[in-house]
Ligand binder design. Structure first.
Ligand code: ADA
Length: 754
């Protein structure tokens, strides 16, 4: 029989490329798996160690009772590239940091203790994805390593880390048909493959078939089969046995679910024939000072939080996640978008395409059985560097590969926001999605709905989803007047209030995924005064704090009665009155202030109470809806703490105030005009830069806007120069007050063009 032994303890580790050890390196650092060497520097900002590090361990060769058995090492995740040596001999090399792989080490073994050494490498390298992206590429043996021994006849262990069996259930009249096959090795006509379908709820066998191992394909009818759904995620275990006479030689069990699904461009997503708009989140796997070296409990906590928010879908971005996590999605009931890290930068080298092919094959072969997975994601924002014929062709090849390996699921991709709404990137995959960030990187949050409607009108046959949207929320910053790019918890919540409604109003959008459920490590970032992190999470990177935006979605999505008072961390407030926002799925919310009834409001998810009186010192606020209560303690102060505002935002607010004094009494309410022969905000920044007088206006304005003067020497110039002033302001100055753009235009239109 098959024997699987995890080897997690008693490793040795070196955080440098010391080369292959000749004997067990006692003096290296003792190590237990899972492990990454970037747990701290990967989320601290600035550089992080990217290169080769070494792991070593000894192991006894497992003994098989009969001759001819094989021994494998199985690695469930090694970032980003690994070379495995046994007793000094290279046994395998694997490219890609997120999928499992196995090495047949039988021929390298000796009788006693065997020396295993693994060189992991996360250095920048062409030919392996991800090439470049907004997250840290943690290096190391960050998932389990297993020692597997099997008899000579066994289910295949060599095919892209897959299980060596395949079971595809499908709904049928009066029950379900389980199409099953197996890939046994080294068998003769005496061998049989048997399949037993178990209902794990009661352990009963509900279906059985036996086939010759040389022709193992079969269909098993299970009468009255229960469906897998989001609210009742019913699973079946299928035990596949390889048998000879009265002996089981090898056995593999897979969990599957019976469900069907479809997407319609006008009606959205259907699960088992029921309209089910998918509303949920994206997940990055890493955690504070653990990086991606996670425990089962870590995975469970994440999945439980995603259920708690009321999501019915999760996009597992931007790479293959741990097996445990897909299993949790199966058992808890979440529809999954799974994807490969073909992201941000297109690498035209043939090896890079080969790497996409192997990562996609591994993703599909290793995760084929999870009923939670309905979508295979091919790429993310791959048009950032522009489009080419080769890029489109490679997409076509990946889509047909996905279809060949798995005709039962749909393919998808995540477009970068500036992908043209028509052209060759559309209809490559079965369904599509855009990452849209109006209200954060550019534009206003109110632009999202109209943009989606315009796309839908123009492309009525495209199934459109929103694969990412979000904005930063940092718990230090608070404001009574939240604005785009102020990084406050309040702006993040306000933005998501708006977005949740936009999507509730548009059930034809097949799926929407918040970017992101959790803050995550991104070594390249330095935003909002926090280095090395992306703070767009609804929950902090340590999973300890749910930001207010978390409760926005809980109010919109969860069926559990809930009430949440927003702004509890905005605890010190100036002024005699304040605004209280409450998120709830109740029809009415009552507010009590210091024991006195204040008001009762009818509403939909978001309940706003204005002019709530605060007495000096501490105030107790209680909100109640459907019998559920929440409470907040707010202190009225003379002056709100300075640290509530990011210094850069403070500088900008000051700058803008000064700007309006500087420009004097221009009529900012008058509609903008664009007289011929004069400069205006419709002109390109690089053209204006040619005219010193007009450029001076622009420089003053950008100084007010961002605290930094616009200059052709600045790092951002390449990005800005081809934009119109209007665009540049929309992109960079989301929180500019009314009249800002008009005041620039009024000054520019005073100046003649040459
Ligand atoms: C992109 C990208 C993500 C993410 C996001 C952001 O859309 O796909 O990886 O990091 O940007 O936060 O800017």
């Amino acid at each position: 029989m098959r024997n699987i032994v995890p080897i997690l303890t008693d490793w040795r580790f070196r955080r440098e490329d010391v080369g292959l050890p000749e004997s067990f390196p006692e003096d290296w650092e003792p190590m237990t798996l899972p492990h990454t060497w970037n747990a701290v520097d990967g989320m601290a900002g600035g550089g992080y160690y990217r290169g080769v590090c070494w792991y070593a361990r000894t192991f006894e060769a497992p003994v098989q009772p009969l001759p001819g058995g094989r021994v494998y090492l199985e690695f469930l995740g090694a970032g980003n590239e690994a070379t495995v040596y046994v007793n000094g001999k290279e046994v395998c090399h694997h490219k890609g940091g997120y999928s499992a792989f196995r090495c047949d080490v039988t021929d390298a073994l000796n009788g006693g203790a065997n020396l295993l050494a693994v060189a992991c490498n996360n250095a920048e390298k062409t030919g392996i994805y991800p090439q470049s992206a907004d997250f840290t590429f943690y290096g190391g043996l960050y998932r389990a390593v297993n020692l597997i021994s099997v008899p000579e006849a066994h289910f295949d262990l060599d095919y892209f880390g897959g299980p060596g069996v395949r079971v595809t259930p499908k709904r049928a009249v009066g029950g379900a048909l389980f199409a099953a096959t197996a890939f046994p090795k080294n068998v003769t006509e005496q061998y049989r493959v048997t399949y037993t379908v178990f209902d794990p709820e009661n352990g009963e066998a509900v279906g059985f078939a036996s086939r010759p191992a040389l022709a193992p394909e079969v269909e098993i009818f299970v009468p009255d089969a229960k469906l897998w759904s989001i609210d009742a995620p019913h699973l079946y275990d299928v035990a596949v046995r390889l048998e000879l006479a009265n002996e089981t030689v090898d056995e593999v069990t897979v969990s599957v679910g019976v469900r069907d699904f479809s997407v319609d461009p006008q009606k959205g997503f259907f699960l088992n024939g029921v309209s089910t708009p998918l509303r949920g989140v994206c997940r990055h796997q890493d955690r504070l000072y653990k990086g991606n070296a996670l425990t089962e409990d870590d995975h469970f906590e994440d999945a439980a939080l995603i259920k708690e928010i009321g999501a019915n879908t999760v996009r597992l971005a931007h790479y293959q996640h741990a097996q445990e996590f897909y299993e949790l999605c199966d058992t808890l009931g979440l529809v999954v978008w799974a994807e490969i890290p073909f992201i941000s930068v297109f690498d035209p080298s043939p090896e890079a395409h080969e790497n996409c092919v192997s990562q996609l094959t591994e993703l599909i072969v290793q995760n084929y059985h999870h009923p939670s997975i309905c979508f295979w994601g091919i790429s993310n924002e791959i048009l950032i560097g522009g489009i080419s014929e080769q890029l489109v062709e490679n997409h076509r090849a990946l889509v047909s590969l996905a279809k060949e390996l798995d005709p039962t699921r749909l393919t998808t991709l995540a477009h970068v926001s500036m992908t043209p709404t028509d052209g060759p990137m559309h209809t490559l995959t079965d369904v599509e999605s855009y990452n849209i960030y109006f209200g954060w990187y550019g534009g206003r949050m109110e632009d999202n709905g109209p943009w989606l409607d315009a796309f839908h009108e123009k492309q009525p046959n495209v199934c459109l989803g929103v694969s990412e949207y979000g904005c930063e929320g940092i718990l230090t910053y608070h404001s009574a007047h939240p604005a785009c790019k102020d990084y406050s918890e309040e702006y993040q919540a306000l933005y998501h209030e708006h977005m949740a409604q936009v999507f509730e109003d548009r059930p034809w959008i097949w799926a929407t995924h918040v970017w992101n459920m959790f803050d995550f490590g991104s070594a390249v970032r330095d935003e909002g005064g926090v280095k090395g992190r992306n703070n767009k999470g609804l929950v902090t990177i340590d999973r300890n704090t749910k930001k207010d935006a978390f409760y926005v979605y809980q109010a919109f999505w969860s069926k559990e009665p809930m009430v949440h008072i927003a702004g509890k961390r905005y605890a010190e407030r100036a002024g005699e009155t304040t605004q209280i926002r409450v998120y709830s799925n109740a029809g009415f919310v009552r507010l009590t202030v210091n024991g006195q009834f204040f008001a009762k409001r009818r509403g939909h998810r978001v309940f706003v109470f204005d002019d709530v009186p605060l007495r000096p010192g501490l105030n107790q606020i209680v909100a109640e809806g459907d019998g559920v209560k929440d409470t907040a303690a707010l202190t009225r102060v003379e002056q709100e703490p300075e640290h509530y505002t990011l210094p850069q935002v403070r500088a900008q607010q000051e700058g803008v105030k000064n700007w309006f004094t500087l420009v004097g009494d221009l009529d900012l309410k008058a509609p903008m005009s664009f007289p011929k022969g004069k400069w205006s905000v419709r002109d390109k920044v690089s053209d204006i830069a040619e005219c010193p007088e007009a450029f001076a206006v622009l420089k003053k304005a950008t100084l007010a806007m961002s605290g930094a003067e616009l200059s052709p020497e600045s790092g951002m110039w390449g990005f800005i120069k081809n934009q119109t002033v209007e665009n540049m302001i929309a992109m960079g100055g989301g929180s500019m007050p009314e009249g800002f753009l008009e005041s620039i235009n009024a000054q520019l239109t005073e100046i003649d063009k040459p």
